[in-house]
Structure formats: structure tokens, C-alpha cells
Design a protein around this ligand. Structure first.
Ligand SMILES: [Zn+2]
Ligand SMILES: [Zn+2]
Length: 414
């Protein structure tokens, strides 16, 4: 059934008509005139609203001879603003966008003064109207959705400067990584001496380590998206010389300022597999949203480790100590090696289970499971008494960690 178009309800009562009469001689353009009564006449554009009101007053709205005394003609230059917005957005791929604008505070104050002067309390702010109208026009030109929720690009029209700035919102990819290489840091590690600018001590690379899990995973994705840089969010991190095995460690890779958003994730996963072969393996790579970063950062799963220990001690004593340790809390003061970036305090952590897997001359290998945040090397070696009780302390001999591997991160349990 065809629906009869119902005219917008518009009952301009005496107060509205009186305010409109006051506004007539102020030299406002139809947009600004209509906007003073923005809450009246649902469904009308501001110029349509202005026409209806002047008809109701029986007095035609004479357009100002010069620029509008309120907006100074900002609302008459849509071709300029839309053109500059599209030009700013042209280097990015986007399907959802939002618009904002920066205004001369004097103009906004002038708007308040007009409302006060005519006694109108139904106005819509110029900023809100401008953003909405620009959005509608950009939607019409591009077919993209002007959604304030989850935009892919955000336009900011700087009206006093006549410039449009664009921000391309980050892209996020998640997955799990295994690290097979004992020389790789998790994230890009800028050279301490030059802070990444490049100096003699880093051979001009700006980095302490030539590459990282972050860079090996990011490289193909950065190329495919044309992003300006990355941030790597891991569910914790292992030491540089520790391998990350099992089903891997959850991570989110953030791509900043991407130019392309339609990415063949399977092809990128394959490119990572080839490019990082023997060093890093990624499972289950997929696109995700920003909320995944929090999920990964806030998780505190227990972890399983394999530790190779050098130390001269009879195996029965080791077994006895491990049986004693299981389920027990240990007190760990912030290790010396991380004290420069972590606050110095004592944390209580539990070793949940520990057992011997093999032993040789002057060395043995343990498997253990511990709460998130347990410093395993320090628990074995003692860290000069900063971890209590340590395995070394329980056995009464000095111990050294030969190697450490993370066997599993138990984030999907419970
Ligand atoms: Zn105006
Ligand atoms: Zn350097």
C-alpha cells in the first residue's frame, strides 16, 4: 500500500512566531534562521523550516545582502567542505566515517547571543547541524555510512583554517604466536642510545635487536594495509631467550593509520609463515576489533614451563623439594633485571605443580605450572634472596637456569 506522505507537524505557537519575528531583521541566512528553531517541525531541513516560519508570519525572509551575520556563509559552501573532505579521505579506504568540526569560539558565542536576543530555546547548535549536514552530503557522494559508532575514518573540519584533517582508525588482527628463536624480543626494541633515530652503536638501525616477533608478524600486514606503524599487544611476554611453544601466546597486532582495509588474511598468514620460518609461527590469524586488546591485556592465565637447570644435587632431594613446592605461595620481590621498568614490591605467587622430567650429570629438567606473573628464573636461582623460598634455597645449592621454554598458556581453561 502506497503511503501518503504526511506533512511534518509544525504548529508554530505564539512564542515561536514571536521569536521568528525578532529574528527576521538579523541578517541570517535561511540555514541559520531555521536552525534557531531546530526542535520545531520534525523532518524539515533548516532552510525549509525558515520558509515555513516566514510563511506563517506572512513576511518573506529577505536573504541578507552580504554574508550571513551568524555563520558568515559557512553553510553556503558545501561544495568546498565536501570537496576538501573527500580529498582528505582519498588516500584511505573507508566504508564508515564520522564528521566533526572545529569552530571559531566567537561564532559559537554569537549564536548563543542570537538565541538570547530572540528569546528562542529551540535552537540546534551550528556545530551539530554542520557535522550532520556534511555527513549526509558525504554519504550521498560516496555511498559510505556516516556512523559515529565504529568509524573507519574520522574527519575534522577546521573551519577557521579552512582545512579538513582525517584520521584513519587502526586495524586490529589477533592470533597466537609460537617463538622458536632464543634471540628474538617480543616487540620492536629501540636502541637505548639513540631512541630509534639510528647511531653508530646500533649500526644506524635504531634497534637493539635486528627484528622481533612484532616485526615478523607485522611486516606482511603492514605492507598489505599501507599502515604507518604497529603496536603489538601480547598476553604477557616471555624473555628474549625463552621459546614460546605449545599452542602459542595470544596477541593483537594494531596497524596504525591503514590505507587499505580489505585484506586477504589467509594470504597474509601465509606470508608470515614464509617470512618468519624457523623463528615465529602464527596460528588462527584473523581481523578483530579494539576490544580484543583489552581482553588480551587483562587476562592472567596460568602458564606451563620447561626449565633446564644446572646444579649439583641428588635427584631424590630435587623430587622432595618439588613435592614441597607444589601449591605453595612464594614471595617475589621485583627482580633486579626488570627493576628499571617495574615498581619494586613483593608479590605473592603460587607454583601450582612441578616435576622432574629428566636429569643428567650436574643438570636436570623440570616441568612446572605457575600463576601469571611468576618469575621462573628468579624462583629457580633465588635472585640474591629476593624470591623466597627459591628452589636453590630449598636445595641448599646454587642453581642456574640453562634454558626456559613456555610450554603452554592456559588462557582458554575455565
Ligand atoms: Zn548563516
Ligand atoms: Zn642507536
Amino acid at each position: 500500500m502506497a503511503k501518503e506522505a504526511t506533512p511534518p507537524t509544525f504548529p508554530p505557537d505564539a512564542a515561536v512566531l514571536e521569536a521568528a519575528r525578532q529574528a527576521l531583521p538579523l541578517g541570517l541566512c535561511t540555514e541559520c534562521f531555521g536552525r534557531c528553531f531546530g526542535q520545531w517541525g520534525h523532518g524539515l531541513t533548516n532552510p525549509e523550516r525558515a520558509t515555513r516560519l516566514s510563511e506563517a508570519l506572512g513576511s518573506p525572509l529577505v536573504p541578507p545582502t552580504g554574508p550571513c551575520t551568524l555563520c558568515e556563509g559557512l553553510f553556503d559552501r558545501w561544495d568546498v567542505w565536501v570537496g576538501r573532505t573527500l580529498a582528505a579521505g582519498s588516500e584511505f579506504e573507508w566504508h564508515r566515517f564520522s564528521c566533526g568540526s572545529r569552530w571559531d569560539p566567537e561564532l559559537l558565542a554569537r549564536e548563543e547571543m542570537v538565541w538570547t536576543r530572540i528569546g528562542a530555546s529551540w535552537g540546534e547548535s551550528a556545530r551539530g547541524a554542520f557535522n550532520r549536514e556534511l555527513g549526509k552530503r558525504v554519504e550521498a557522494r560516496t555511498g559510505a555510512a556516516g556512523s559515529p559508532q565504529d568509524p573507519e575514518v574520522v574527519f575534522l573540519v577546521d573551519l577557521p583554517a579552512g582545512r579538513v584533517e582525517v584520521t584513519s582508525m587502526p586495524l586490529y588482527f589477533t592470533g597466537r604466536y609460537r617463538k622458536l628463536d632464543r634471540t628474538l624480543p617480543q616487540t620492536r626494541w629501540p636502541c637505548r642510545r639513540c631512541q630509534g633515530r639510528g647511531c653508530d652503536s646500533c649500526g644506524g638501525s635504531g634497534k637493539t635487536y635486528p627484528t622481533s616477533v612484532e616485526e615478523l608478524v607485522a611486516e606482511p600486514l603492514l605492507r598489505a594495509t599501507g599502515g604507518s606503524g604497529t603496536r603489538f599487544h601480547g598476553m604477557g611476554r616471555e624473555d628474549i631467550d625463552a621459546r614460546m611453544l605449545g599452542s602459542g601466546r595470544p596477541f593483537v597486532l594494531e596497524i596504525r593509520s591503514p590505507r587499505h582495509r580489505s585484506v586477504d588474511v589467509a594470504a597474509q598468514a601465509e606470508a608470515i609463515r614464509v617470512g618468519a620460518a624457523g623463528r615465529v609461527e602464527v596460528e588462527g590469524l584473523r581481523a578483530c576489533d579494539a576490544a580484543e586488546v583489552l581482553r588480551v591485556k587483562e587476562a592472567s592465565p596460568t602458564k606451563s614451563y620447561r626449565v633446564g637447570v644446572r646444579g649439583d644435587v641428588p635427584l631424590p632431594k630435587v623430587n622432595e623439594a618439588l613435592a614441597f613446592v607444589a601449591g605453595r605461595a612464594i614471595a617475589q620481590r621485583t627482580p633486579t633485571r626488570v627493576a628499571h621498568r617495574r615498581s619494586d614490591r613483593v608479590r605473592s605467587r603460587r607454583i601450582l605443580s612441578a616435576h622432574l622430567v629428566e636429569a643428567g650429570e650436574g643438570r636436570f629438567t623440570l616441568d612446572l605450572r605457575a600463576e601469571a606473573g611468576t618469575y621462573i628464573k628468579e624462583w629457580v636461582e633465588g635472585d640474591g634472596g629476593r624470591t623466597e623460598p627459591s628452589l636453590s634455597q630449598l636445595l641448599g645449592v646454587p642453581l642456574n637456569v640453562e634454558f626456559l621454554d613456555v610450554l603452554e598458556i592456559h588462557d582458554t581453561e575455565e
